[in-house]
Design a protein around this ligand. Structure first.
Ligand code: URA
Length: 183
């Protein structure tokens, strides 16, 4: 297992499969516990993640950590990664080409972590992992499936920074995903 992680890390670090390699400071693979039962998927690194090489360490990540902490869920309990591993300039949405080039790495991460549940954070993750026709407002909180693994989509934490009213359903969705593996 360690060896497979080492291979994956090395491949990601030297990846030049899309144009983002030329502007990135760091490749952002993950944060958290590779043995976690719950895996979160976001969109892609922002400025703070690009600087540090660690996923969800900026404002959105702090808000996510705060919500998780209030439920007694800590970094040791989760694994978190993104649809793409390199920051798009100006935080643009990942293009088709970028998301497709990066998908094999994400699939390998899911395979190695082998979680009981996946939480999709926001529209980009929902569309890329399940179906591009789905919208996050209509489909958040509904159980879905990805290759035999239970999936629950919810809002991206950055959306809560723009609209406080989303906080309560976000909290409920994550609690629902967590309860499904701990109850
Ligand atoms: N937003 C994301 O989707 N991922 C990160 O790692 C940080 C912010």
């Amino acid at each position: 297992m360690d060896n497979q992680w080492n291979i994956l890390e090395k491949e990601c670090m030297k990846c030049e499969k899309c144009n983002l390699h030329s502007t990135r400071k760091n490749v952002v693979i993950e944060r958290g516990n590779r043995q976690a039962k719950i895996l979160f998927i976001g969109e892609g690194p922002g400025a703070r993640e690009d600087e540090s090489g660690i996923a969800f360490v900026g404002q959105a990540g702090k808000l996510l950590d705060l919500a998780l902490g209030s439920m007694g869920i800590y970094e040791k309990d989760i694994y978190i990664c993104n649809i793409i591993k390199c920051r798009p300039p100006n935080n643009a949405n990942p293009t088709d080409e970028q998301a497709k080039a990066c998908m094999p790495y994400l699939k390998k991460q899911i395979e190695l972590v082998n979680p009981l549940v996946i939480v999709l954070l926001g529209s980009v993750a929902l569309k890329r992992m399940i179906n591009s026709n789905l919208t996050i407002t209509k489909n958040r909180g509904n159980w879905m499936e990805y290759e035999g693994i239970k999936v629950l989509p919810t809002f991206h934490p950055a959306a809560l920074l723009r609209d406080e009213k989303k906080k309560i359903v976000f909290w409920k969705d994550i609690n629902k995903a967590w309860k499904s593996i701990t109850d």
